[in-house]
Structure formats: C-alpha cells, structure tokens
Design a protein around this ligand. Structure first.
Ligand code: IPE
Ligand code: IPE
Ligand code: MG
Ligand code: MG
Ligand code: MG
Length: 324
C-alpha cells in the first residue's frame, strides 16, 4: 500500500501535467502537490484488492478520482469564498477566479484522459464503459450536491433530510465512485460492488459531517482551512441545522442573523460557536459521525478476509478520529 501511494504521488505531479501554458498548469501542479489525505485513491485501490484484483491496475483510476476531487476543490473554493486550502492560499486567491475556473476544467479533462488506460486489451471490453459511466454520473451528482449546498445558503428551513441528500451528493457520491471503480477493476461480484458503493455512501456522510464539525471546532493549525468559514458563508451544516432545531427563540434569532450576514465578525462567530456548545451540538455531531462509520464497517462483512480488508478497517478507524 505504501508503495502504491508513493507511485501515485510521483505520477500525480509528474510528467502527466504539461508545462505550458503556465497560467493553466501551474495552478494544477500547485494543487496536486499540496498533498491532501488522498482518501479517494486509497479507497479505490483497497476496493480493487478486496474484490480480488491486482491493486497496481487500480492506479490510473485512483489518479483519475484524485484529479476529479482536486478539480471540485478548486471550484468549491471560489464558490465558498475560501482563502485557504491545505494550509496554503486557495487557487483563486493565489491567482484569480478566471485562472481557477480554467485550471479546474483542465484537471477534470486530465482525469478523463487518465481513464483511457482501461481501454487497453488487458481489460474485458465492458470495464472501460462501466468505469466511464460511473465516473461521469458521479461528477454530475457532485455538481447537483454543490448546487443544493449553494441554494441552502439563503434558506433557513432546510431539513436534516435535505441536508443528508445534499452531502450524499456533494461528498459521499465521489467516495462511492472511488470504491466502485476499484471493485469494477478488481472484478468484484455485483453484490460486492453494491456493498462498496454503500460503504462510500455511509463513510461519505460521516466524512462530511466531520468536515462540518472541524470547520467549527477544529484546530486551525491542523485543519488547513479557515475555521468558522461555514458560519461566515451562511452554510447549512449538520451543526447549524441541529442547532436551529434545538435553540431557544433568542438563540435562534442570533444564529439566523449571523448566518445571514455573510460577513460575520470573529466575535459573532465565537458567539455562534458558544451557542452550539451550550446545546451540546459538538457531542451529538460526533455521535452521528460514529454511527455512520459503524454502519459503513458492517458492509464489509461480505468480503473474505484479506490484507486489503484489514487495511480498509484500519483506514476507516483512522478517519473516524481524524482532526484534519
Ligand atoms: C475536502 O475533502 C472536501 C470534502 C468533501 C469535505 P478532503 O478532506 O478529502 O480534502 P483533502 O484532499 O484531504 O485536502
Ligand atoms: C465539499 O464541501 C464538497 C466538494 C468540494 C465537492 P465543503 O465546501 O464543505 O468542502 P471544504 O470544507 O471546502 O473542503
Ligand atoms: Mg463547498
Ligand atoms: Mg468549501
Ligand atoms: Mg467544509
């Protein structure tokens, strides 16, 4: 697995990215070289191994899903007006929005090109179309989720179910896609592929709720993004929706006012965070995260024991306690 990740890093920032024009490829290289947790490529390769395949064959799909993810981040930071990503200036801040739009677009195209590897003769002829179908569908669903995320900014009646649908689209769908593609490359059974998809769905929900939690209560020096950003942008997160449901009329009024401002001061953000705390939102959020990760673990039962399955269990455990 370590070797796989080393290879992946090399290829992500290696020769596959052209040098010129610099205004489009420098931001691409910058983003890919900033690291990140590489969750999606790890899921893709472990899923391939768990389905009985050779994980080295999952490398191109792993690169493709990481590129797709990085494309969504570059555009997401414009949409969320987020200055910092992975502890460094976001692309649209370091360059400008036009540059970020085009670099994101080209990264998506590079991801598609990467999948051409599965057209070679060593794969059954159904592999490439199935991968492409999954990849394109997931991309569209992520866009749908991002649209809901933006629509929710101006609403205060967003229900928990609506929120769960939104995060299942903007975040979980790409985790499902990563796992399912690994399963397809590994030659998994339909039942295994379905379970992989479901693991991505459940772990993805947990992952995004955690992201919301870290955005509010994370350690700024570790999280790599600006803490409090969701409150400043008026995002409907697991925390703000739960809090609106539990708050007193006075607290409710304060949460709405600050979220609606789009330019809350540090003091106002602190005030909202202390309302969240007084309502024990941080505790109930963690419980929910745990529940979703545990449900994801249960889906693993149908897979025969293997080093890959053991690694995935460990990986999900590590994610469950992540602080960045
Ligand atoms: C950030 O994803 C976007 C979300 C879905 C919350 P990650 O937390 O996986 O970002 P990196 O790749 O590790 O930076
Ligand atoms: C992430 O949502 C979803 C996508 C990037 C598609 P967020 O907006 O919460 O992600 P971060 O917090 O900026 O990484
Ligand atoms: Mg966003
Ligand atoms: Mg964002
Ligand atoms: Mg976030």
């Amino acid at each position: 697995m370590e070797f796989f990740l080393e290879e992946l890093e090399k290829e992500l920032i290696g020769q596959r990215i052209p040098n010129e024009p610099v205004s489009i490829y420098d931001p691409v290289r910058y983003t890919l070289a900033l690291g990140g947790k590489r969750i999606r490529p790890v899921l893709c390769s472990l899923a391939c191994g768990m389905s009985g395949g050779d994980i080295s064959l999952a490398k191109d799909a792993a690169i493709a899903v990481e590129m797709l993810h990085n494309f969504t981040l570059i555009h997401d930071d414009i949409m969320d007006n987020a200055d910092t990503r992975r502890g460094k200036p976001s692309v649209f801040k370091k360059w400008d929005s036009n540059t970020a739009i085009l670099s994101g677009d080209v990264l998506f195209t590079l991801a598609l090109e990467q999948l051409a590897f599965y057209q070679t003769k060593q794969f059954d002829s159904h592999v490439y179309p199935s991968l492409m179908n999954e990849f394109l569908k997931a991309t569209r669903i992520v866009c749908d989720g991002q649209a809901r995320d933006m629509e929710f900014e101006s609403r205060f009646d967003v229900t928990l179910d609506e929120y769960l649908l939104m995060i299942s689209q903007k975040t979980a769908r790409l985790l499902s896609c990563s796992l399912k593609m690994g399963g397809l490359i590994g030659g998994g059974s339909p039942e295994q592929i379905q379970a992989l998809y479901q693991i991505g769905f459940l772990a993805g929900i947990a992952f995004q709720i955690q992201d919301d939690l870290l955005d509010a209560f994370g350690d700024p020096s570790k999280f790599g993004k600006i803490v409090g950003g969701d409150i400043r942008e008026g995002k409907k997160t697991f925390l703000s929706i739960s809090a609106l449901g539990k708050a007193s009329p006075n607290q409710n009024e304060r949460i709405r006012t600050v979220l609606d401002k789009k330019s809350a001061s540090d003091e106002e953000i602190e005030e909202i965070l202390s309302i969240f705390k007084s309502l024990n939102i941080h505790i109930s959020t963690l419980d929910t995260v745990n529940e979703y990760y545990n449900s994801a673990m249960k889906e693993l039962e149908i897979f025969p024991d293997s080093p890959y399955k053991t690694s995935l269990i460990k990986f999900l455990d590590q994610l469950n306690t992540r602080i960045f």
